[in-house]
Design a binder for this molecule. Sequence first.
Ligand SMILES: *[C@@H]1O[C@H](CO)[C@@H](O)[C@H](O)[C@H]1NC(C)=O
Ligand SMILES: *[C@@H]1O[C@H](CO)[C@@H](O)[C@H](O)[C@H]1NC(C)=O
Ligand SMILES: *[C@@H]1O[C@H](CO)[C@@H](O)[C@H](O)[C@H]1NC(C)=O
Length: 471
Amino acid sequence: MDALRSLGRVIVAFWILSHLSLLAYSSSPQDLQILNAERRIDLSSHIVKVFLTLKVENTGASPVSEVLLAFPPTQVDHIASLKAALTVGKKKKKSYVPLEVNPTDLPDAPNQTKYFSISLLNPLNAGETATLEVLYILTHSLEPFPAEINQAESQLVYYRDSAIILSPYYIKQQTTFIRTPSTKVESFTRVESTNRAGTEIKYGPYKDRPAYSYSPVIVHFENNKPFAVVEELVREVEISHWGNLQITEHYRLSHAGARHKGVFSRVEYQSRPSSGGISSFKYLLARLPPRVHSVFYRDEIGNISSSHLRIDYLKSDLEIEPRYPLFGGWKATFVIGYGLPLEDFLFESPDGRRYLNFTFGCPLAETVVDKLIIKVVLPEGSKDPSAVVPFSVKQHLETKYSYLDVAGRTVVVLEKENVVPEHNSPFQVYYSFNPIFMLAEPLMLVSTFFFVFMASIAYLHIDFSICKTSS
Ligand SMILES: *[C@@H]1O[C@H](CO)[C@@H](O)[C@H](O)[C@H]1NC(C)=O
Ligand SMILES: *[C@@H]1O[C@H](CO)[C@@H](O)[C@H](O)[C@H]1NC(C)=O
Ligand SMILES: *[C@@H]1O[C@H](CO)[C@@H](O)[C@H](O)[C@H]1NC(C)=O
């Protein structure tokens, strides 16, 4: 009997042990838990910025080298940028070490959850903790409601998220803060521990939430910030070794907020600018590099002179004003062009190749670009071009012909969707160039003149001979 009982105990113990290890293995890919999570969602413009601070702990037995971030599938398509950094040091000596982040897939992800994996520089050993700072940007994530408003109405929008942070890890403590542009909040979902003060709504603190906890919330609030979306932007950057960098930018801009209904009254708009078109926008600010020259701004009709340019040492601010204010659903297409001194942007790398160092993204402030195409037109005779961009872009080569070109110019085309101001960072295009090609254009000119000269002599000669025979 005793022997049987102890055999029973052994079997039970074995069963528990085997299931425990199975659980530990299946609950999360690694044995991490989040000690504290703080999320700040900034809804003050139409581009949503989310700052997330995670204090993670390795509760397992083996070192862990990646931390997963989870997103619902509806949100992941709107992520324009995601950056992570490791916090080193405390208080005043705090510094941030950027970490690599990549989208990743997990088998049997619940509810089609999507993941990004943050790669730690040094694996986190058992029992150790690390603090991570994450910033992600969401576009097209504020839904206007009502979807149509008239000229005098304010714009109201919905933002949807979860009060509890979606995570594949157990979270010991967490809080979410949502900042609205003003105190005009129509409604917001109240779940347990919800507080609102001024422009801030606070969800939490919540303690001991299992992995994949979710609690949907909706905030309905006023947002009259310009919903400036460039549906397509084509920027052509043309390098001329004669000292100039010529930029031409083709914009298809739209107001992506609540659609305008009824007729537009310019009288009402001009007499009461604050209420007669509060959700519209009139000016846009383009931040151009210092030392710009020959700036132009035109649309289908022609040059628009109502733009102001302020130049200082660090930047040039171009304030552009379309012919009419933009209301929800309205579009404007226009072209901006400017020249820049080549020596500010073209350099020679140690291996003797030349490279252009220019800014990616869109010069317009607080603007989303649905599709950005940058075309770098290299001088004729350039070889082996290669682009270095700090994020993934589509690339291909084209050839452009302009007058006096013999073989055409190589064009490096870079394409990216869902571009936000965080993408305004330097990129480089390297190429080899034989200076003998500098002579190609003058030689073409000289030979053209020579040809014309010879042709006219020949013509005169023929003419002369005709005269001669007729007389
Ligand atoms: C998946 O979604 C359903 C419905 O939204 C929800 O009830 C369920 O708890 C979710 N499952 C997980 C594992 O998050
Ligand atoms: C428009 O402006 C540019 C640059 O200032 C100028 O070269 C061009 O002639 C102007 N075009 C018209 C139609 O006024
Ligand atoms: C490109 O220019 C930026 C400043 O505009 C500078 O910080 C960066 O080092 C430059 N990159 C290269 C490769 O020259």
